[in-house]
Design a protein around this ligand. Structure first.
Ligand code: ADP
Ligand code: MG
Length: 240
């Protein structure tokens, strides 16, 4: 579904991504772990061209996204993104947050989109908050709304950038549970996370990044149980 080929990204003279090659298969859950500043967010943002690659290719469903001829907006709609900060529309109700963009893009009529929105709120356990405003929700609830909002576009893949890092510890589990159920339903997911338990339990594959390079990747049992790379070993010894 996603192929990253020799991706380089510079900010000014600083090379943040130094030749990344990654493939994500349909239905796969890929966790990206690594120290702060290693380029995880930049990589994720390059996947849907929130950042423009300096060189290399991002191929999504067979289309080279960073080709001038590609209509990026069309493909970006198929990639749901959830950030550390929830970025909900503050002056819209929870349900309107879900239906606004699909309505704008004429993805369906209002009644159908609202019915779908309510279904998604049910899925994230927030059906009863449909008429509330974001300011009336806890951080964990906001993040679950943000996930539902991304799902309202019927994406083919969901990209998560540390979705639980800004949350109080007692609500992290609610958000991880929603992500886990999405994974079980077969959603393709790329998840940058500090939640090693989640990566170990839910991911099909773990990618360890450091210094703008994929240092090691493999199934969770291998990365967590028998890491080969010295940097992976050192990182895991600090976070586990
Ligand atoms: P991570 O998500 O792994 O913590 P990031 O991708 O956020 O790492 O950042 C990698 C490096 O790129 C850091 O040194 C960061 O300061 C730098 N960086 C990220 N975004 C920008 C930007 N917009 N402009 C300049 N430097 C940036
Ligand atoms: Mg980051």
């Amino acid at each position: 579904m996603i192929n990253v080929r020799e991706l380089h990204k510079n900010f000014g003279h600083v090379e943040v991504l130094k030749g990344i090659n990654i493939d994500v298969q349909e239905g796969e859950v890929v966790a990206i772990i690594g120290p702060s500043g290693s380029g995880k967010s930049t990589l994720l943002r390059c996947l849907n061209l929130l950042e423009t690659p300096t060189s290399g290719e991002i191929i999504f469903e067979g289309n080279v996204l960073n080709d001038k001829k590609t209509n990026i907006n069309l493909h970006r709609q198929k990639m749901g993104m959830v950030f550390q900060s929830f970025n909900l529309f503050p002056h819209k109700t929870v349900l309107d947050n879900l239906t606004m963009t699909p309505l704008l893009l004429k993805k369906g009529n209002k009644a159908d989109l609202e019915a779908f929105g309510l279904e998604l709120l049910d899925k994230v356990g927030l059906r009863d908050k449909a008429d509330r405003y974001p300011s009336q929700l806890s951080g964990g609830q906001k993040q679950r709304v943000a996930i539902a909002r991304a799902l309202a576009m019927n994406p083919d893949v969901m990209l998560f950038d540390e979705p639980t890092s800004a949350l109080d510890p007692e609500v992290v589990g609610d958000v991880l549970a929603v992500m886990k159920s999405l994974a079980r339903e077969g959603m393709t997911m790329v998840v940058v996370t500090h939640e090693m338990g989640f990566a170990r339990e839910v991911a099909d594959r773990v990618i360890f990044m450091d210094k703008g390079i994929v240092q090691e990747e493999g199934p969770p049992a291998q990365i967590f149980g028998n890491p080969q790379n010295e940097r992976t070993q050192s990182f895991l010894s600090k976070v586990l």
